[in-house]
Structure formats: structure tokens, C-alpha cells
Design a protein around this ligand. Structure first.
Ligand code: ZN
Length: 182
């Protein structure tokens, strides 16, 4: 959990990142930015600022701002019944994004992690996305991502989202935990 002040600061910085990216976002839409800290209270290093753009029973589109070096922790989207699980595509709009998935580990990965979290990150095949680059993770595939030193603005194009069912590698992560101190 984070303080109201930290929450508002993260929100404000996301607004600034969206502005720097040049993407058109209406002022009333900026009020809908969600700050996620995944229950860890380390918003500068682990978290996301999310602006939902579209969510139907079939697809979801989100515009995400990441603070410099901020990480979305390692997770996967499991199958449920006949649904194979969420497929996820990142398209970088501004800044750099480092995406990690299963595969041969990258020798000198660009991402840096808090030392007490590192053991929960086990997939190290790195793809660097710069503006205009995109990359897709198939369902059920472990993945995580981190912004470069300037932060990043990224589109997420996904099949149906079931956030509460996401599986995280770090047992301390709680995707649905309340974010702001009451
Ligand atoms: Zn994901």
C-alpha cells in the first residue's frame, strides 16, 4: 500500500508521460488513470499506471505509463475452462521498454531489480522495445517488463482480461490489494 501523496504523485507523473508521448488523452480521461502497486508498497520500482481504453468480453486495450525503471512483476495468464488465457501484446509509444519471457537468458540484461525481489524473476530472454516496436506473449507464458531510464508509455493489446486470476511468481504480490492507505 502507498500513501495518498505517493498515489497522486505517480498519477501526475503518468499524466506528464502521456503528454510527452504526444498521445491524445482527454482531460476527463486522465481522471481514470489507475495506479497499481501490486501490494508491495514499492511504487517507484514495482508498479504501473494504467489508463483503460477498451474492455469487452473479447479484447482489452490499455495505455500504460511506467516511471523510470518501474517494473511489472513476473506473471502469467492461466487458462480457464475453454479459454486459453490472455494473449498480450506490448507496443512501445515513447521511451524504452524491456520485456522478458522464457527462452535463452540474455547475457547482460538491461533491467535492474531490487535485490530482495530478484529471486522471483526466473525468465530472462530480453526484448528491447523502442517507439514503434511491438512484441507478443502467448497465453500461459511467464513474462515481466520494465521501463528504461526515462520511463515509458506503452499500449497493451490483449485478449479477454481476467486480472484476478493472474499468477505472479512473487508470493508477496497481490494484484487486487488496495493501493492507497485509507
Ligand atoms: Zn501479462
Amino acid at each position: 500500500m502507498i500513501s495518498r501523496k505517493q498515489y497522486e504523485s505517480a498519477r501526475k507523473r503518468a499524466v506528464d508521460l502521456f503528454a510527452r508521448s504526444g498521445i491524445t488523452v482527454r482531460p476527463d480521461e486522465l481522471d481514470r488513470i489507475e495506479v497499481l502497486d501490486f501490494g508491495l508498497g514499492e511504487i517507484e520500482r514495482t508498479g504501473l499506471q494504467v489508463l483503460p481504453r477498451l474492455g469487452t468480453g473479447a479484447i482489452a486495450v490499455r495505455l500504460v505509463a511506467l516511471l523510470p525503471g518501474q517494473t511489472c512483476p513476473q506473471h502469467r495468464h492461466p487458462s480457464q475452462g475453454s479459454y486459453a488465457g490472455k494473449e498480450e501484446t506490448w507496443r512501445c509509444e515513447w521511451g524504452d521498454l524491456y520485456v522478458y519471457m522464457a527462452g535463452p537468458g540474455t547475457a547482460s540484461p538491461r533491467a535492474s531489480l531490487l535485490s530482495h525481489r530478484r529471486k522471483h524473476y526466473t525468465v530472462w530472454n530480453e526484448t528491447v522495445l523502442r517507439p514503434g516496436d511491438q512484441h507478443t506473449s502467448p497465453p500461459q507464458n511467464w513474462h515481466w517488463f520494465q521501463a528504461g531510464p526515462e520511463g515509458a508509455v506503452v499500449w497493451l493489446f490483449c485478449s479477454r482480461t481476467t486480472d484476478a486470476k493472474d499468477e505472479f511468481a512473487d508470493p508477496e504480490v497481490d494484484r487486487m490489494a488496495p493501493v492507497v492507505e485509507p
